[in-house]
Design a protein around this ligand. Structure first.
Ligand code: DAH
Length: 354
């Protein structure tokens, strides 16, 4: 007959087996040896069938309490293994809150974008429309419409890139070498817009527009980039004169550079699409650039042939046009001496304009 001490030793050995189980699976295997179907406690229960009623009572109670002790030990070990598991997981997923955070710096506009926005605001305040146009242009718009026909020597001033697609005229499209083609495009759109009113006897309203945008040339050094930015201006009407160009351009420069201390000079030049033509230079009276003449734009009275190509009568309509280098204006305003800095995308440079 099994004694109480035997039950005690079964409980002891169960406790030991449970303690040695290192994983939940091992623990469940150990448990099977004691309280499973063929476990030692289960076997003892089965063996009770042969006992008398009295013996069954005492024996049953003893086996039961041994079973309870084993189950308590099992639960305790289950808990301990679960705690250990959790501990490992927590350690693995630990966050070191003492690590410095990652800074998310605010973004900002590119200096050339800031410059273009500034140009737009100033001209808009002077009653100019602001628009943009296609960068892939037809030969006619980029050159011929601007009084610069095929084989004209002036074409070499604006050597650009060509696209592998021909226009209706059989000549390949180009990446526009200047924003000037928008003069003719805008004039056409303007005439169309007001056609009904003109038919009804009204006169065509003045054209006042600026067109900023990307332009392209086969050129690359510290002051030239194959892609650069220009801003075209056109002012055309029945009662516009060179004086008006001088006034608005002077006003523009003073506002743009926030200085009344600057002088403008119109230096005779040549462009096929203007006659007469002038380069516009500015000179600051003070500051780091004081005393130097700085070229900021080409300009002139729109050539009669160009006015004709716009669909207007050059005897009635006189226009003034100008083309500024937007990158150049940005360089002058911010004191940047290498154009390439604008297009390298170095955040240490760009951050300064935020
Ligand atoms: N398109 C010229 C260039 O890129 C600049 C220019 C000169 C524009 C005179 C004009 C103008 O509108 O009247 O060099």
């Amino acid at each position: 007959m099994t004694t109480k001490t035997d039950l005690d030793s079964i409980v002891d050995s169960a406790r030991e087996a449970f303690a040695q189980a290192a994983t939940p699976a091992e623990l469940e295997n150990a448990k099977a040896q004691y309280t499973g179907k063929a476990g030692r406690i289960t076997e003892l229960m089965k063996g009770m069938a042969a006992l008398s009623v009295d013996e069954k009572k005492t024996r049953g109670a003893a086996i039961n309490s041994a079973k309870q002790a084993i189950e308590a030990a099992l639960n305790e070990r289950r808990q301990a293994l679960a705690d250990a598991e959790l501990e490992i997981q927590l350690k693995a997923e630990a966050l070191d809150v003492t690590l410095p955070g990652r800074v998310r710096e605010p973004g900002g506009l590119h200096p050339v974008s800031i410059t273009i926005e500034r140009i737009e605001q100033i001209f808009a305040s002077m009653g100019f429309d602001v628009t943009d146009g296609p960068e892939i242009e037809s030969d006619w718009h980029s050159f011929t419409s601007l009084n610069n026909p095929p084989n004209h020597p002036a074409r070499s001033m604006q050597d650009t890139f060509y696209v592998d697609i021909n226009g209706d005229d059989g000549i390949p499209y180009n990446l526009r070498p200047h924003t000037s083609p928008m003069q003719v495009r805008y004039a056409h759109a303007h005439i169309k817009k007001f056609a009904q009113r003109v038919k009804a006897g009204e006169t065509l309203p003045e054209i006042r527009v600026i067109v900023p945008g990307r332009t392209y040339r086969v050129d690359s050094d510290a002051t030239h980039s194959p892609m650069f930015h220009q801003c075209e201006g056109l002012w055309l009407g029945e009662n516009v004169s060179f004086k008006d160009l001088k006034v608005i351009f002077t006003d523009f420069c003073r506002k743009f550079f926030e200085s009344d201390d600057l002088t403008l000079r119109f230096r005779p030049s040549f462009f096929p699409f203007t006659e007469p033509s002038a380069e516009i230079d500015i000179q600051f009276a003070s500051g780091p650039l004081a005393g130097k003449w700085l070229e900021v734009a080409g300009s002139g009275q729109v050539h009669p042939q160009v006015v004709r190509n716009m669909g207007l009568d050059p005897e009635r309509f006189i226009g003034f046009a100008f083309g500024m280098g937007a990158d150049r204006l940005a360089m002058l305003r911010y004191g940047v001496n290498d154009l390439r800095l604008f297009f390298e995308g170095d955040v240490r440079f760009l951050r300064q304009f935020r």
